[in-house]
Design a protein around this ligand. Structure first.
Ligand SMILES: NC(=O)c1ccc[n+]([C@@H]2O[C@H](COP(=O)([O-])OP(=O)(O)OC[C@H]3O[C@@H](n4cnc5c(N)ncnc54)[C@H](OP(=O)(O)O)[C@@H]3O)[C@@H](O)[C@H]2O)c1
Length: 341
């Protein structure tokens, strides 16, 4: 029988400016064998996320960079194909952090086992995983929405943003957001957003905000930064909460962004601005996941996935996050999902 090989994407070069496919390299190695207490995992889904842009550079951050020649990091949904730990038997589906590769050996302890009867296993890296938790903790803990508030979210059609808007509605708020292109605006309307603006098409963002948020903005959940954030800051209400979750508009920039940053508005509106990192809140992860699963179960929280086939297309899938080609949580199907027909 032919020896099974493990295809892996390693970081070939630290990007300057926009990431290129040539910044990654596909290599092949032997499939590792698990020792006692370990399991061999086969990757089914790989999550590609904007934060990976940061790991490709070597600037100081909250996490260490990927080494040149190192396997690209990333959240995965896997099947246990060999087990040396009876608590996680062969055939178990798990959430792991095994990166851009087909196989990996990890410690069995600490893996989150997934039940395909509760939700599609792919959601463990989406709405019932890191992006869903980011929306939950960012909005509920930092944004502190009150019934009747207007919540505005940038990057609203993405994995985090689409969840933020729906959670805002569940909290009794008016939800509005910005996204790029008419298909994304239609998607936001289908999710029940009360207002949506296409930031690429609008000539005057402040006027567009007046249209979709006629009573101003009480909570701004920022996934993007850049011009939409400048415009939103002029429309926040007294006592507003501004949650800085992501700044994707600047992730491919080489230098520091310059331009108007209207912090005067924080004085004028006695507002609070706070950055958030989802992992700071993981102590309360189980309770949050249970609430998110409950809302999915009763139909109040919907999710959408955008799946690219094949590990060889992972760089292309990753680049979609920056061109805005993804509609929903961007995943790569690395191997067959036996739970999905
Ligand atoms: N702080 C944390 O703990 C944490 C955790 C997870 C994610 N995040 C951040 O949350 C944000 C959303 O992440 P996600 O996983 O949900 O990704 P996503 O929104 O599903 O995908 C990225 C989206 O960003 C938008 N975008 C790309 N370049 C842009 C630009 N120059 N200006 C405006 N929009 C642009 C695109 O949508 P359009 O077509 O609408 O432009 C694209 O679809 C990211 O900034 C990410 O870094 C933070």
């Amino acid at each position: 029988m032919a020896e099974r090989r493990n295809r892996q994407f390693v970081l070939a070069a630290r990007p300057t400016g926009t990431v290129k496919e040539s910044d990654f390299k596909l290599i092949e190695g032997a499939v590792p064998r698990p020792a006692k207490g370990e399991v061999l995992l086969r990757t089914i889904y790989l999550s590609v996320d904007p934060y990976m842009r940061g790991r490709m550079g070597d600037q100081p951050s909250y996490a260490a960079p990927v080494a040149i020649g190192g396997v690209m990091v990333g959240g995965t949904v896997c099947e246990v194909v060999e087990s040396q730990d009876e608590s996680v038997p062969r055939g178990t589906y798990v959430e792991a952090y095994t990166g851009w590769q087909e196989f990996a050996v990890v410690k069995a302890r600490g893996l989150r086992a997934l039940d395909p009867n509760v939700a599609p296993i792919s959601t463990a890296v989406g709405v019932l995983g890191m992006p869903g938790l980011t929306a939950y903790f960012g909005l509920i803990e930092i944004g502190r929405p009150r019934p009747g508030d207007t919540v505005f979210v940038s990057g609203a059609a993405g994995a985090v943003g689409a969840t933020v808007g729906q959670l805002a509605r569940i909290a009794g708020c008016r939800a509005a957001g910005s996204a790029g292109g008419p298909a994304k605006i239609d998607y936001l309307k289908s999710l029940g957003f009360d207002g949506a603006l296409d930031y690429r098409a609008e000539k005057d963002l402040e006027a567009a905000l007046d249209r979709v948020c006629p009573k101003g903005i009480d909570v701004y959940f920022d996934n993007v930064g850049g011009p939409i954030t400048d415009a939103v800051m002029t429309r926040i209400n007294i006592g507003a909460r501004v949650v800085i979750c992501g700044q994707i508009a600047g992730y491919n920039e080489r230098g520091k962004e310059t331009g108007p940053r209207d912090l005067w508005q924080l004085i004028l509106k006695r507002a609070r601005i706070e950055g958030m990192l989802v992992s700071d809140h993981y102590e309360h992860k189980d309770a949050a996941l249970a609430r998110l699963a409950g809302w999915i179960g009763d139909g109040r929280l919907k999710f959408r996935e955008d799946i690219v086939e094949g590990l060889e297309n992972a760089p292309r899938a990753f680049l979609r996050l920056f061109s805005g080609a993804n509609l929903g949580k961007q995943l790569v199907r690395v191997g067959p999902d036996p739970t999905r027909r």
